[in-house]
Design a binder for this molecule. Structure first.
Ligand SMILES: CSCC[C@H](NC=O)C(=O)O
Ligand SMILES: [Zn+2]
Ligand SMILES: [Zn+2]
Length: 443
């Protein structure tokens, strides 16, 4: 690596070491890293507080263009990350360990999406060093709370006067890794719903066989949904549909059982016990702690939660019918809640997606920039998960999801999330091409 490249990798690692994971992301720490970094490159920096408590800053970095009357270009990235289970990782999730043999940098956020701000900023460094000056103004937004729905983040941002004043013409936001050497790009996100099904039923002794127990009723629901899920998944496995082109309905939690009180043993009690009964008591306590539930009672209530996602053009009415008639019918003692998360149509009442044809000049410029960077682009896809792009697309502003990570397994929200150093560095070059092209698109 050149000295510059080593520095770029080090800056990426430094950012990854900031604990930005929920439930208590260190936004202040991230801001004290990112703001002086951007200022050192000559960018204007602003911090917006969209919540009264001021604990969720939204950072805006600006490189003014020579023609500020033209709509600007926005590069977005969320600051927060999902939690990690450190004991299940090969390397600590906030150490940003670089494996010298493979060049893999392991960290929560390595792919999702803490590579982006560093790549944006280092691309700007490169462009400035090459004497490039943008025509359109370029903004970078670094936003809180994407991982928890963006209610105090991008959703408030798009409603703000500050956002309107930016006059955004086009946005690039995160995408997903590509396991092949072809870059992936996303023109839409699926819609997010939550489905919660509750079952009631007859309670009884754990040994009795009877009809209509709550868990039994809930299992009928789970089986019905599993059948639907399998049919959708089959289309993906057969290559007939992309992962964003089907309805997914995945169980994410299950709740049932009568909690058992934990056995507490005090020192004084221990004192009068024989060694034998002490060992037995510890075994009982351990057993109860592990299970946490009474083992010989069939509970009268049970619950399951599903993460439900629909392609933007899918008809929710059909799903509503299925839930009512097939998945959670009242005659099986099942009740449900179907909760919408985020917008389902744009301001004009149309499905939320960005055009990827001649009608969208930004699309052609994007495509050409990837080619000029020596990259190949796969057919534009619908993202199976959800990003802040939906808030921008909802306003009718074009936005594409893109993370320049080729030959990389998809590890967002997974254990041992990593990004290879060379892939990260190549991404900087790709953004140099993208920024050059997008910021000079003629009005
Ligand atoms: C309710 S919006 C949730 C947003 C979240 N984004 C990334 O994982 C997601 O679950 O896709
Ligand atoms: Zn993300
Ligand atoms: Zn995420």
């Amino acid at each position: 690596f050149t000295e510059l490249e080593s520095d770029q990798i080090a800056r990426f690692q430094e950012y990854l070491r900031i604990h930005t994971a929920h439930p208590s992301p260190d936004y202040a720490g991230a801001a004290s890293f990112l703001l002086p970094y951007a200022a050192s490159l000559g960018l204007h920096t602003t911090t917006l507080h969209l919540t009264p408590c001021k604990t969720k800053p939204l950072l805006l970095l600006t490189w003014p263009g020579s023609d500020p009357s033209l709509p600007s270009v926005l590069l977005n990235s969320h600051i927060d990350s999902v939690p990690a289970e450190p004991e299940k990782w090969a390397h600590p999730p906030f150490a940003a360990h670089r494996d010298p043999a493979t060049g893999r940098i392991y960290a929560r956020g390595a792919q999702d999406d803490k590579c982006l701000p560093i790549q944006y900023l280092e691309a700007i460094r490169g462009l400035k060093a090459a004497g490039f000056a943008p025509t359109r103004t370029l903004h970078i937004s670094l936003v809180p709370d994407e991982e928890i729905g963006g209610v105090d983040g991008f959703e408030k941002f798009v409603e703000s006067e500050e956002f309107r004043a930016l006059n955004i013409g086009f946005m690039l936001d995160e995408g997903q890794a590509s396991p092949t050497d072809v870059f992936r790009v996303f023109y839409a996100d699926r819609l997010v719903w939550r489905l919660i099904v509750k079952a009631a039923g007859s309670p009884g002794h754990g040994s009795r066989m009877f009809d209509g127990a709550a868990v039994d009723n809930l299992m009928d629901c789970v089986e019905a949904i599993a059948g639907f899920r399998e049919a959708q998944f089959r289309m993906v496995k057969a290559g007939k549909r992309g992962p964003g082109e089907v309805v997914s309905v995945n169980p994410v939690y299950m709740k049932a059982g009568i909690p058992s009180p934990t056995v507490r043993v005090f020192g004084s009690q221990f004192a009068c016990l024989s060694l034998d009964s002490m060992v037995k008591l510890v075994a009982v306590a351990k057993d109860r702690l592990m299970q946490g539930f009474v083992m010989n009672m069939q509970p009268s209530e049970a619950e399951v939660g599903f993460d439900l996602r629909l392609p933007p053009t899918e008809d929710i009415e059909q799903i509503k019918w299925r839930v009512k008639e097939e998945w959670a019918p009242a005659h099986k003692n099942l009740t449900y809640e179907l909760i919408r998360k985020g917008p389902v149509t744009d301001v004009a009442g149309r499905p939320i997606f960005t055009a990827t044809n001649e009608s969208n000049p930004w699309w052609s410029v994007f495509e050409q920039a990837i080619t000029s960077a020596g990259g190949k682009l796969s057919k534009p896809e619908i993202l199976s998960s959800t990003t802040d792009s939906r808030f921008v697309r909802q306003l009718g502003i074009p936005a594409l999801g893109f993370s320049p990570m080729t030959n990389t397994p998809i590890l967002l929200h997974d254990n041992n999330e990593f990004l290879e150093d060379k892939v990260f560095l190549r991404g900087i070059k790709v953004y140099e091409h993208l920024i050059r092209a997008l910021s000079c698109l003629q009005g």
